[in-house]
Ligand binder design. Structure first.
Ligand SMILES: *Cc1c(COP(=O)(O)O)cnc(C)c1O
Length: 388
């Protein structure tokens, strides 16, 4: 059976060119980048080249890029690091209700340690109003964290405006850009971003590697202590092969960003048009302001989990939303924040398309999905007693 992978927001395959560039760093270029000899210098060269490539994508300086173990560590470092370094100024943080758990649970941890966190509401499309950020900033606010693109519904947040407000008010601004990095244009200066999280495995690089952009001069404590790696902001011998792969993945993403965005947008529009042809189906998120490849739907009367399982039987990999919460029966916090009821939130399906998806993949989904929805509705316990 032909398999169709449409879960690119959960992770992506490593691109062939990326893997090729990584391989020598597992064998002949195995050195420790901190060593003085030629083996060390070779590893250091790979590290430096990757740093340059990643910095370029967001308009940063090389020394503002800190390599980490991924998006989760970048979010933790940014939030805990800034909170700890600036706790004399205040202990208030602002974020939104739709952040990834790497941000939300880090904020929860800080609350348990005496910090106060404001979780901002979003509108029905998942957009946070810049004015609500402005209204929430207090004298003791030290950090605002608003994600760039939501990982479930794909909504793009007005981070340029949020950044401007934070700059005016003298508050640090962090954005979790794991989903948008390499897919949507980012300029840390123009958008007044002080800290930005990235991850390699969402852009066709290896898993377990990412980066945090930290604007020079930002007061941030490290999360990990040890050697003086990564400008003393992240100790530990660098994952050189992984970082080299991430650098290559970043470079490719930047090169193909525009053409991929327009190609994926076309595929998405086709998908949306086709799926909304199914009775009582709805699009979640904003119709335009969203990641090019993200299509997120809701079907009355049925459960997203059963949809995902039935699609899997047809060789199609999709998700109900976030890969991280699929194992809990709690409805998605993102969908609830949009104002959806529990039973509505449960009927959701995310189809996230990426570099290796084709028109044929979209056609394949549209060929099988209507039948699956119909089948599931016939056996649905929710259908009875559901008004209007
Ligand atoms: C995937 C993801 C993360 C976590 O990144 P990892 O590299 O998997 O730790 C954080 N935030 C968002 C928005 C994500 O999509």
């Amino acid at each position: 059976m032909r398999r169709v992978y449409m879960d690119n927001s959960a992770t992506t395959p490593v691109a062939k060119e990326v893997l090729e560039e990584m391989l020598p760093y597992f064998s002949e270029r195995f050195g420790n980048a901190s060593s003085l000899h030629s083996f060390g210098r070779e590893a250091k060269l790979g590290l430096d080249a990757a740093r340059k490539r990643v910095a370029k994508v967001i308009g940063a300086e090389e020394r503002e890029i800190i390599f980490t173990s991924g998006g989760t560590e970048s979010d933790n470092t940014a939030i805990v690091g800034v909170a700890m370094a600036n706790r004399e100024k205040g202990k208030h943080i602002i974020t939104t209700k739709i952040e990834h758990h790497a941000v939300l649970n880090t904020c929860k941890f800080l609350e348990s340690r005496g910090f106060e966190v404001t979780y901002l509401d979003v509108d029905k499309f998942g957009i946070v109003k810049p004015e609500s950020v402005e209204g929430a900033i207090r004298k003791d606010t030290v950090l605002v964290s608003v994600m760039h693109a939501n990982n479930e519904i794909g909504t793009l947040e007005p981070i340029g405006e949020v950044g401007r407000i934070c700059r005016e008010k003298g508050v640090y601004f962090h954005t979790d850009a794991v989903q948008s990095f390499g897919k949507v244009g980012i300029d840390v200066d123009r958008m007044n971003i002080d800290l930005l999280s990235m991850s390699s495995h969402k852009i066709y690089g290896p898993k377990g590697v990412g980066a945090l952009y930290v604007r020079s001069g930002v007061r941030m404590e490290p999360l990990l202590y040890g050697g003086s790696h990564e400008f003393r902001k992240r100790a530990g011998t660098e994952n050189v092969a992984g970082i080299v792969g991430f650098g290559k993945a970043a470079e490719i993403s930047m090169k193909v960003m525009e053409s991929e965005a327009s190609r994926l947008e076309k595929l998405r529009k086709e998908m949306v048009k086709g799926v909304l042809g199914i009775e009582r189906s709805h699009l979640n998120g904003h119709p335009e302001k969203r990641l090019p490849g993200n299509a997120h739907f809701r079907f009355d009367f049925i459960e997203g989990e059963s949809l995902v399982l039935r699609l899997d039987m047809e060789g199609i990999a999709a998700s109900t939303g976030s890969a991280c919460s699929t194992k809990s029966l709690e409805p998605s916090h993102v969908l609830l924040a949009l104002g959806l009821r529990h039973e509505e939130a449960h009927g959701s399906l995310r189809l996230s398309m990426g570099r290796y998806n084709t028109k044929e993949d979209v056609e394949r989904v549209l060929e099988v999905l209507p039948g699956i929805v119909k089948d599931l509705r016939e056996i649905s316990p929710f259908k009875k007693g559901y008004r209007n």
